[in-house]
Design a protein around this ligand. Structure first.
Ligand code: KG4
Length: 338
């Protein structure tokens, strides 16, 4: 049997990434981040596209070289078609077309969110491999999404719950911004929360139906609480920052777990996974492990490098689509919403 070498390309937001898999086993995963957005307190789409344009050739080149391959060795090229920033997606999509024309390798379009879920199946050499078993639930929490996904097979998934407004990562980042923390604030809240009392303050939790999420009420409640406190004491944020972070983080985790537990109960599934940038949160990881022990879930928490945006998950999804012969032609266009 011939080896299958899939090249993955990710450019949906502010990371340019390329990765090569050999029969589903990781050979390389190169990521170029973009520092330029830090000064703006958020990702600036136009600057992101320009940085992708600069990074894409060297990043792909490095990924193929590190895999010990040449361009002609690539069996198929998988690229993120969406969702994401249109200008950023265009860079990856156009590059994939150029690569495909030059080498004859067919193209495979990838849904970025589906790839986050399938990151659990990336195999690494000399590393134990214990992927989730179908059917499983995936809590997908990132800067742009908060979803509970019922995964029936590699390419058969159903979103059973999702945010009706902000994502969990946005709640972290927006509340962090109000406290004067740098962007993205999630990791800073995580760090400060370790020193604070999670029960110091109470913020409002949404009361919505089924498995859906909502975080905009929490954001407003946090904002109003600070505004009132600052009237009494202008140093309130500085004095109580750790407690504020710990209480905010606890509220977000409670909201996330509440619906996840409900979904596990109602579907009868106890094989649980987590994906997306917010799954790096240490409080969330601890809470998931505790809940798993209590409820006899089999919990899968991926390596940090595979939870944030990366091309290895794009290549992994590409591998599964390759096996099913799901290719796409030169008329492929990116979608901001998918
Ligand atoms: O999946 P991801 O890398 O990309 C986007 O969706 O853009 O997620 C980024 C999000 C940001 O909102 C960031 O604040 C959050 O993940 N994040 C965290 C932590 N690390 C990253 N949130 C809380 N605690 C963390 N340790």
């Amino acid at each position: 049997e011939k080896d299958i070498f899939i090249l993955g390309i990710e450019s949906s937001c502010d990371d340019t990434s390329a990765s090569v898999l050999q029969n589903g086993v990781l050979l390389s995963n190169i990521i170029a981040g973009q520092k330029v957005h830090e000064a703006y307190g958020g990702v600036v789409p136009e600057l992101a596209s320009r940085a992708h344009q600069q990074n894409i050739v060297p990043v792909v080149d490095q990924a193929i070289k590190q895999a010990g391959l040449k361009n002609e060795d690539i069996t198929a090229i998988a690229f993120t078609r969406g969702p994401g920033l249109l200008g950023s997606l265009l860079v990856g999509t156009s590059f994939a077309k150029g690569f495909s024309l030059a080498t004859g390798a067919p193209m495979i379009e990838i849904n970025h969110l589906q790839a986050h879920v399938l990151a659990h199946f990336i195999q690494e050499k000399d590393t134990p491999y214990d992927p989730p078993k179908f059917p499983f639930l995936c809590l997908l929490v990132s800067g742009g999404n908060s979803q509970i996904i019922l995964v029936k097979d590699y390419l058969d998934m159903e979103v059973i719950g999702q945010t009706i407004d902000d994502a969990a990562g946005e709640a972290f980042d927006k509340c962090a911004k109000v406290m004067g923390l740098p962007y993205p604030g999630g990791p800073f809240v995580d760090k400060l929360a370790k020193e604070g009392n999670p029960d110091a303050f109470k913020f409002s939790k949404p009361r919505i139906q089924n498995f859906d999420y909502s975080f905009s009420g929490l954001k407003t409640s946090f904002l109003y609480f600070l505004r009132d406190q600052l009237k009494e004491n202008e140093n309130f944020i500085e004095e109580r920052k750790a407690d504020l972070c710990a209480s905010l983080q606890k509220t977000i985790i409670d909201i996330l777990l509440d619906k996840l537990i409900k979904a596990a109960k109602e579907t009868g599934i106890n094989e649980i996974t987590v994906a997306g940038g917010v799954s790096a949160n240490s409080g969330l990881r601890n809470a998931l492990m505790e809940t798993a022990a209590k409820r006899r879930w089999k919990m899968h928490i991926p390596k940090f490098a595979f939870t944030t945006d990366n091309a290895a998950m794009i290549a992994m999804t590409g591998h599964f689509k390759y096996l099913k012969g799901e290719f796409i032609g030169m008329d492929a266009v990116p979608f901001a919403r998918m």
